[in-house]
Design a protein around this ligand. Sequence first.
Ligand code: SAH
Ligand code: SF4
Ligand code: F3S
Length: 438
Amino acid sequence: MTDAKKKLFIKTYGCQMNVYDSERMAETLGAQGYEQTEDQSEADMVLLNTCHIREKAAEKLYSDLGRLKPLKAEKPDLKIGVAGCVAQAEGEEIVRRMPIVDLVVGPQSYHRLPQMEAQVQTGVRALDTDFPQDDKFEVMKARPKAKRGPTAFLTVQEGCDKFCAFCVVPYTRGAEVSRPAERIVAEAQGLVEAGVREITLLGQNVNAYHGDAEGLAGLCAKLVKIDGLERIRYTTSHPNDMDDALIAAHGDEPKLMPYLHLPVQSGSDKILKAMNRKHTAEDYLRIIERIRAARPDILLSSDFIVGFPGETDDDFEQTMQLIDAVGYGAAYSFKYSARPGTPAAEKEDVAQDVMDERLQRLQALVTTQQHATQEAMVGREVSVLFEKPGREPGQWGGKSEYLHAVHVEAEGALRGQIRKVRITSAARNSLAGELVEK
Ligand code: SAH
Ligand code: SF4
Ligand code: F3S
């Protein structure tokens, strides 16, 4: 007789890399007899995979831990683990302040979860926030062959050497490390065999990838040869790492999707310099020009920070002008949050109400651009990779090559199919269309 499987509940905060890490941690613990559950109350282990990027993100951990106290009181055998970037940054403090936490594992150590899990089962708490020499991807077991949905993330590069003045990532994820190209190709092959048709390559600075002699463009050139892999995306890129080969690939490689997230943060050269971004607004605009020359229909998105220390009204207006000049398909914007340990940390000096006002204006402008981009799709034919049934019965939903959510009326299941769709109307956050061939 085999034991009943133990149940694992994972909550993921933060970026796509955390989503990927959560999957890998679930697989690793799967080999230890855990199966995932969506219901926290039936869990034998709760794992919180955390984000440290802004203060609000980090605070969520402590409020979630507070909410877990009654569950732990009810179920003393429940194990509680903290993973991800808060674990890395504040691991020892978490262990000290939070007696309900059994296990703390940093992003570079989760291949050690099996030993750590065994340790907590003996009643001894476990903390591992090293940056170990061994490569976690090599130590972990091969990924299970179970059937998967049509899209997947694949981490190709981790860490960051850029040290933007506001950012914790170089401290929580460590130095830039690229996985060898052949390992990535093998993992991609496995994903495709399991049903995946679109892969998003992940890295904190994905286009600084150097696990292939030809960089990220070289890796993409290898991946496009995989039969059945139809679409490749990558995120997040740094403007300074958009090399000629990668820009050219956007023109030459049909499997590389025409959507690019290229964060600029600010349109003011003074602020860019203070942020240590190492490029000017003009440099960024020239890069965009070259990308658009290679692939005129590409949709662009960016991240922006408002209220960085020293940002004047004039600096902010320059950011608005840059947004005007580029015309984004989407953008993510944040109020500056001073983070412990970063060079800018001590300086939060733009008043909250000023930040609020700037954020609102910036978001209004971006929303206008986003809607214009969506409206411009009406009447056009796009290709959609269908992922799941839509909200209404008889609907199917997926993403266009431009990453727009699209839904159609369709009889029968479309999951995993890539179909031509004519866009008929644009709503706030999605497009409606009809299959060109039924
Ligand atoms: N590697 C990516 C971004 C990682 S963090 C890049 O280089 O662009 C994602 C976004 O969070 C950043 O682009 C930035 O806009 C925002 N961010 C990072 N640190 C922040 C901070 N201290 N306060 C506010 N926003 C921040
Ligand atoms: Fe952070 Fe800058 Fe590195 Fe992006 S490039 S992860 S913003 S330090
Ligand atoms: Fe957050 Fe860490 Fe990602 S700080 S954004 S989870 S790299």
